[in-house]
Design a protein around this ligand. Structure first.
Ligand code: DX5
Ligand code: ZN
Length: 221
């Protein structure tokens, strides 16, 4: 299984985003957390900043939208040239319509679930998705403690994905570090967001490589 590391820039130096992205050349993508202080109790950056990031890097942009009225806002991020756009199931009124719209605009369509939201109600729409993001903390802030209670859901989601042929990426986000990535990989995750673990490391790129090696080794067990 291919293992991907997509570091979050949430806890990077936000005054120098292009420079911070350049510090992780080994990453498989850059995870950008868009928050609006409605869906989550924090506010970060919106479409204008993402458009500037797009203009300054060729990196795979993995946009994580934690915003209200996501059906209205998400397509613009695909239109801006972001390779992957993730909306929250809890925020979308029409997730199937939205996923189709994102794909029609050339982006990978991805859906996120908060820790307490089950995957089962969405099993029949997995074919509309290129990635499922399972939050392993309550969304809103970097640097929180990993929630082990999500591990069974990672396993169940992996089973549902395998039943469809295994094409869909399974991403985990929140508290992923050298201490927790193995549990996630063993449970079936293949795409890993790590924010503070990468950007608080002395050498962020070396941390990306170390995390990927750990995930590959854990998956081989
Ligand atoms: C939290 C964000 C995460 C966060 C991860 O709501 O979605 O992407 O930046 O940060 P760490 O890895 O520090 O938990
Ligand atoms: Zn995120």
């Amino acid at each position: 299984m291919t293992m991907r590391i997509t570091p979050s820039i949430l806890n990077a130096n936000l005054a120098n985003l292009a420079g911070e992205i350049a510090r992780i050349p080994s990453a498989d993508g850059v995870h950008v957390d868009v928050m609006d202080n409605h869906f989550v109790p924090n506010m970060t950056f919106g479409l204008p900043v993402v458009e500037c990031i797009r203009a300054n890097t060729t990196a795979f942009l993995d946009i994580h939208l934690m915003i209200a009225e996501v059906d209205r806002w998400a397509p613009a991020f695909a239109d801006a040239g972001c390779e992957s756009v993730t909306f929250h199931a809890e925020s979308s009124n029409a997730p199937i319509k939205l996923a189709r719209e994102l794909r029609s605009l050339g982006a990978r369509a991805s859906m996120a679930l908060r820790p307490a939201t089950p995957i089962e109600p969405y099993a029949d729409m997995l074919g509309e998705l290129d990635m499922v993001l399972l939050m392993t903390v309550e969304p809103g802030f970097g640097g929180q403690k990993f929630l082990d209670l999500v591990l069974p859901k990672i396993r169940r989601t992996r089973e549902l994905i395998e039943a469809r042929g295994g094409e869909i990426w399974l991403q985990v986000d929140g508290g992923v570090s050298v201490d927790t990535i193995e549990r996630c990989a063993e449970a079936g995750a293949d795409t890993f967001v790590a924010g503070s673990a990468v950007y608080s490391a002395d050498d962020p790129d070396a941390m990306v490589i170390a995390l990927r090696e750990q995930a590959i080794a854990a998956c081989a067990h």
